[in-house]
Ligand binder design. Structure first.
Ligand SMILES: [Zn+2]
Length: 64
């Protein structure tokens, strides 16, 4: 984890692909075979349920 990354957006406002790590959590670009930055397992609360999700970021968003 890097201190330079912006805060993660609320998981409830993200697409399914973003929640699954298939798309950049910040800009929504598809993350295919290219490099991506793993932001690690994150806890969240969705509809009063405790869940975990695995956001990833593209290099454009994840590097200063
Ligand atoms: Zn991005």
């Amino acid at each position: 984890m890097s201190d330079t990354l912006p805060p993660l957006p609320p998981v409830g406002g993200l697409s399914t692909k973003q929640v699954r790590g298939a798309a950049c959590v910040y800009c929504g670009i598809h993350l295919g075979v290219g490099p991506a930055i793993d932001l690690g397992e994150q806890p969240a609360a969705v509809a009063d349920l405790a869940v975990r999700w695995f956001p990833r970021a593209c290099n454009g968003c994840g590097t200063p």
